[in-house]
Write a protein that binds this ligand. Sequence first.
Ligand SMILES: [Zn+2]
Length: 301
Amino acid sequence: MMIHSNEIKLHKVYFWERSFLAATILLFIWLTGFSWSTIGQSSQTGLKVVLINVNHGDSILLQSSKGENVLIDAGYPDSGTLDYLKQHKINHLNMLVATHGHEDHIGGIPEVLRSIKVDKFIENGQVLDSTYYLELEKALKETGVYRKTVKTGDRIPFGDLTFEVWNPSKARPDVVNNNSIVLFLEVGKVRFLFTGDIEKPIEERLIKSNRNLHMDILKVAHHAGNTSSSSAFLEAIKPSVAVYSASNFFPGFPDEDILDRLRLAGAKVYGTNFNGNITITTDGHTFIVTPEKGEPLIPFN
Ligand SMILES: [Zn+2]
């Protein structure tokens, strides 16, 4: 059969268009690690959030679809943060946040600072007397990373996105958990709250602040312990998804009653002790939660 040359050309163009499109989609999925539900519909910056399983402690990696990386806390020393970053070939952090000075949040930061280029270190300004805090100070001095203390009302740029700082208003020397940096981040219509280890007094202050507290995704405060996650706070947040970081070895973290309370508030609940690394991806319109293993606890009706 004879094929006209124009037809051959058209076939070739069609083939290359299709190949290019397929390659682009594959590259996109590979880069983001998930299937976006609205591929190509928006130039909105997307976001991938990973609760890295560091047992008892927090370590949260945020990666924008434009290649910026932020790490919030890094668990205890040698608890898996640096391994995760290396495995995923992350050799640059635009920002590293220490929510507060407890060892299950800052213990792993020195090894990250010494191994990976960090542009900016964000802290709450509270100086502690622990060996973990002194080690952090030493690593910060060694690496000379730029440091910034933040407080309520500050805004921190993250590529095209912006973190709003909702705590601490003023760091008090007599508390540690309640000095945690709380970060609100909105990606398009999808709202995240990262709470560090805040407890009920700060939750009450947030309720009284008249902010819109409704969140799609709540990083549950203080490893789902019962010092936090009051019913009033959860009623205000009404999270679709609640994620916490904890081990099976610290009694009360997570607290079974708090897990029930989250489910009563209508949240699907994922925890690193059950689900391993927990990945949340959003394109600003919708979001997907991908646990490394297992299923979430589902809301009570
Ligand atoms: Zn903690």
